[in-house]
Design a protein around this ligand. Structure first.
Ligand code: F6R
Length: 655
């Protein structure tokens, strides 16, 4: 069977797609198709011409191709490759150049003839660009055209670097990068200023001429643009939508990237659920009712039979008998997510009728106080994402530990450290022994605007963040004895994209879990933050929990995932909603303020230029508004979480 078998197209989808449980599985399936193509044309037959992409999306594909070469004898001797694009201007030896990327991830590990690998050149003189681009097209044609084109999709909807507005007839050319694309790349270049403004890219027409095109997209942050490319008509504003005009194109997605497609968001619109192998279970019922409430702009309890009928939810009405009954089901599900006692109540201080532990459900649910472990990938995610809940857990008497998983040194600017060095220099606190080095570093920064790449300096950047985290935790009432700075080694790799976790990371996490033996674990559940650190941290936790199977604490623990600064849970996914008072919102703000280094906007990828405290407040206020609009209760702010048992968690975080 072809491993890339597309799912049956729904009437909402204008292009074939295949959805996999994880990006690793999906990448392996794409690799199998590429390998089959290569094997079908051994030496002596016309070469296989591959069109290749860079970025985070194809990294696992290349890793698998390298494995197939090493372990299963897949030879690239008869392969010619053409990459989609290259930053301009940028020399090939620059660590962020796509030439460098391709060598690192693929070319240096396989038997492809380097002369057969082509990328647009980031060093051609300006007046030679047009000729260079024409020659690139000629070379593709002379090679026989592209057999198999690998694509990613940018958050602007670009394929290659064909930014919004690129015409369908465009060819290889120089293009100005969209501000969002530059912001997404800024982390790799150490800030937006250093990020190139231009690139050379194959055109849309060049891409569409490939005989087979496979676009890969992973992660929730791609879900909206993936939906636009697949479900909205062809438009130059989303250049990936041009693939709808190709007769052999396929979108290969993981579940998160596919999550906004109608087939997943509102499957009842595709037909009866049973016919799709789905059922009106609690979650689906809630999703439909929330969807309907949003669509009608009504509180849940005000939805009528007509509302259900007109929106295509007759089937749900049939199951419940009336809008009244269906509404009650949805309403109580949502209401039961709300609690001001996220760790359960102190039995000594409860009133008759209080739900002691709702919505906790692990064996330890009724236990009080609990050992709580808050995992913060970066040193500020704890307070940004769940600062209010953290304060409540502490105030309500639980034993709260916070573990900071990576040092966060990458997000400290040289300027910040220079100021700390100035303090050491001018106060003399650095001591005589270090004075010459400190002076030299200050001089270097003042002369060049940058500090040397020195391991000690990087370590101190991490220290700056430790101190910020310590001060923020203090605002929340957690003292240094319960803070754990893990400094996971995977984060120290120089290149952000394509990082890997390893056994050392897992061993560190395992030691922590054995030490704390938590009843509740709070962790960042965004599998797709822009640089992948949160995702990798979650994988480390997954492995550590998998290795702890059978230990007594695992049977008593439950996990609560928060979504972080980049995204929020959908309403129908929420299991716990912790309301905050205006005072609690202010206290959380004070805690976030302790992370002063993070005010350096240029360091952050993504299109959102607000500071973290603003994002946090907007997000939690919007969540409170959403609950209010559903007719539940009016709060100042809400922090939301999704629950997992260890077994569910292991299934959820597929490797
Ligand atoms: C890279 C390229 C781009 C990327 C896109 C997604 O050669 O042409 O279109 O595929 O920007 O990037 P990632 O995969 O890093 O999200």
């Amino acid at each position: 069977m072809n491993p890339l078998t597309p799912v049956v197209r729904s009437r909402f989808e204008h292009v074939p797609l295949a959805v996999f449980g994880s990006s690793a599985e999906a990448s392996a399936a794409v690799a199998r198709e590429v390998a089959a193509l290569i094997r079908s044309r051994p030496r002596g037959r016309p070469p296989v011409v591959l069109g290749l992409a860079t970025g985070s999306s194809p990294v696992a594909l290349y890793r698998e191709l390298v494995r197939l070469h090493r372990e299963e004898g897949l030879s690239f001797a008869n392969v010619i490759s053409f990459n989609l694009d290259e930053y301009y201007p940028l020399p090939p030896e620059h660590p962020q150049s796509y030439r460098y990327f391709m060598r690192k991830h693929l070319f240096d590990h396989i038997d492809i003839d380097p002369a057969n690998t082509h990328l647009p050149e980031g060093t051609v003189p300006k007046d030679g660009i047009d000729a260079h681009c024409r020659a690139y097209e000629d070379k593709i044609r002379a090679a026989g055209g592209i057999d198999f084109q690998v694509l990613g999709i940018g958050r602007t909807g670009h394929i290659g670097f064909n930014e919004p507005g690129s015409p369908g007839r465009s060819r290889t050319r120089l293009i100005a990068l969209d501000p969002l694309t530059r912001r997404d790349a800024a982390g790799d270049f150490g800030g937006e200023e250093q990020t190139p403004r231009h690139a050379l890219t194959m055109g849309v027409r060049t891409i569409l001429e490939a005989r087979r095109v496979v676009l890969m997209a992973w992660g929730q942050h791609k879900a909206a643009i993936v939906r636009a490319a697949i479900e909205v008509d062809v438009t130059a504003q989303v250049t990936a939508s041009y693939l709808q005009e190709h007769d052999n194109a396929l979108f290969v997605l993981d579940q998160a990237a596919a999550g906004s497609l109608t087939r997943f968001r509102a499957p009842w619109l595709l037909g009866p659920l049973e016919e799709q192998g789905l059922a009106w279970d609690e979650r689906m019922t809630r999703r439909a009712i929330l969807w309907l409430a949003g669509k009608c702009g009504k509180a849940i309890l005000k939805l009528t039979d007509d509302d259900y009928n007109e929106a295509g939810l007759q089937d749900l009405l049939r199951v419940h008998g009336s809008a009244y009954e269906a509404n009650r089901t949805g309403f109580y599900q949502m209401q039961h997510t709300i609690t001001g006692w996220p760790g359960g109540r102190d039995p000594a201080r409860t009133q008759p009728g209080d739900a002691l532990a709702r919505p906790l459900r692990a064996k330890s649910a009724g236990l009080f106080p609990k050992r709580v472990l808050v995992l913060s990938p970066h040193p500020d995610d704890d307070v940004i994402s769940m600062g209010g809940t953290l304060c409540r857990l502490v105030d309500q008497g639980h034993e709260v530990h916070i573990a900071y998983e990576v040092s966060g040194a990458n997000a400290v600017s040289d300027e910040t450290l220079w100021r700390a060095l100035l303090f050491a220099r001018d106060s003399g606190l650095g001591g005589d022994r270090h004075a010459p080095a400190v002076r030299a570093w200050c001089d270097t920064y003042e002369a060049t605007g940058a500090l040397p790449a020195d391991a000690a300096l990087r370590g101190w950047k991490g220290l700056v963040r430790r101190h910020e985290a310590t001060a923020a935790a203090r605002v929340c009432g957690v003292g240094p004895a319960r803070l754990h700075f893990l400094d996971l080694p995977f984060y120290e790799s120089a290149v952000a994209r394509g990082r890997h976790t390893g056994p050392e990371d897992v061993a560190i996490m395992r030691r922590l879990l054995q030490e704390v033996r938590p009843h509740l674990i709070y962790a960042a559940g965004d599998l797709d933050d822009p640089h992948g650190t949160h995702r990798l941290c979650l994988h480390v936790l997954r492995e550590a929990i998998a290795q702890s199977a059978g230990e007594s604490w695992v049977g008593e623990t439950e996990l609560w995932l928060y979504r972080g600064a980049w995204a929020e849970w959908e309403l129908d996914e929420i299991d716990l909603a912790v309301p905050l008072s205006p005072q609690e919102v202010m206290r959380r703000r004070r805690a976030i303020f302790r992370h002063e280094t993070q005010k350096d906007l240029a360091l952050f990828p993504g299109g959102d230029r607000r500071e973290f405290w603003q994002r946090t407040e907007d997000r939690s206020r919007r969540m409170a508004d959403a609950y209010n609009n559903l007719g539940l209760a009016e709060y100042e702010a809400i922090e939301a979480f999704k629950r997992f048992s260890p077994e569910e968690f292991l299934r959820h975080v597929a490797l």
